[in-house]
Each structure stands twice: as structure tokens, then as C-alpha cells.
Design a binder for this molecule. Structure first.
Ligand SMILES: [Fe+2]
Ligand SMILES: [Fe+2]
Length: 193
């Protein structure tokens, strides 16, 4: 593959993805360490390993394009915590993660749909999105099982609370880093796929 150049805005975005993946890996890694529920521990450990791999894939992608990552200080997840506080039980952890994973796969999907996408970026997105699908699957399944303990109503209202926080954080991100995302969002010429 020939390394076509990417813009500085896209470099910023890939760096932002990289930091978000690192944060995800650290978050799940910490949780997986001493998780009591062994079934959840099994999946969380795989989830943590995937997010670490994704951080590496973005780092490698930038390297293949002869670029270093930009130091992005604040990740998307940090802002969730600032908006709604730390989750206090496993159901809340799963709920916040499900909302976040949907946001990630949505964003990666939009990016993947760009016309004239750089082949290195496309290949990286394809690899990562395959794993992200499984992340949503196991979390949805585990959340369903949480309904017995927490009731369906509580699970739904928790998801709603995090969904609203996600919406607010996304709008804030657009406002603050709009110049980087604008280029991506403005391209109406998405490929049909
Ligand atoms: Fe990921
Ligand atoms: Fe993920």
C-alpha cells in the first residue's frame, strides 16, 4: 500500500481515537483484575486486550503514515466521568460502556464511509470495527442478565441517563474540536456501503 498523506485534522482525530482506546484499555484492565463474577471477568479481560490492541493499531497506522501521535490530553471517557460521575456498580459500568461503544462504532463507521479514505486508515478501521461489534454484543447480553438483580426499569433509566450524557459530551467535543471533525462531518459524499 502506498502511504498517501492524511491532513493534520485527520492526524488529530486518529490521535484522539488512540487516546480513547488507551483509556478504555486502562479502565477495563483495572476492572478485570479483581472482578468477582468470573464470567464477566473472562469477557472483560478479552475486552481490555482488544482495546490495548486498538491503541497499538492507531499508533502503528500513524507510524505507517510517517506521523507521530499528537498528545491529546482529554479523552472522551474522561468527559463522561466529569458529566455523570464514576459508575458505582457493575450494571452502571456496563451501561456507560454500552453507550460509549455505540458512539465509537458510529464514529468509526462515519469515518470508514468517507470517500477517498486513506487505505491505511480504512484497513485499521476495518480491523477495529470487527472487535467493536463483539464488545457491544457481550455487554448487551450481560446487561440483560443484570435485569434480574436491578430490574429492567432501572437498567433502562441508567442507559437513558448515560445516553443523554453522551449526547452532551459529543456536542461539547464538536464545539471544542470542531475544526478537526468538521472536515470529516462536512463530507456529504459518503460511499454507499
Ligand atoms: Fe476499541
Ligand atoms: Fe470497544
Amino acid at each position: 500500500m502506498e502511504a498517501m498523506k492524511i491532513t493534520e485534522s485527520e492526524r488529530w482525530l486518529l490521535s484522539f481515537y488512540r487516546v480513547s482506546e488507551i483509556n478504555g484499555a486502562q479502565f477495563f484492565g483495572r476492572l478485570a483484575k479483581n472482578m468477582k463474577d468470573k464470567k464477566i471477568q473472562y469477557d472483560l479481560t478479552k475486552h481490555f486486550a482488544d482495546e490495548s490492541q486498538h491503541a497499538w493499531l492507531w499508533t502503528k497506522c500513524l507510524g505507517d503514515l510517517n506521523m507521530d501521535p499528537i498528545n491529546v490530553m482529554e479523552s472522551y471517557q474522561d468527559q463522561y466521568v466529569a458529566a455523570v460521575g464514576l459508575p458505582t456498580n457493575m450494571m452502571e459500568v456496563l451501561a456507560i460502556t454500552q453507550v460509549f461503544e455505540r458512539r465509537v462504532i458510529g464514529q468509526y463507521g462515519v469515518h470508514r464511509g468517507l470517500k477517498d479514505i486513506n487505505p491505511y486508515v480504512a484497513a485499521t478501521l476495518d480491523l477495529i470495527m470487527e472487535d467493536e461489534k463483539w464488545h457491544i454484543e457481550w455487554i448487551t447480553q450481560s446487561l440483560k442478565e443484570m435485569e434480574t438483580k436491578f430490574t429492567k426499569e432501572v437498567v433502562i433509566s441508567t442507559l437513558k441517563k448515560y445516553h443523554e450524557a453522551d449526547q452532551a459530551v459529543y456536542e461539547k467535543t464538536l464545539k471544542e474540536h470542531g475544526e478537526h471533525l468538521k472536515e470529516l462531518m462536512d463530507k456529504k459524499a459518503f460511499k454507499a456501503w
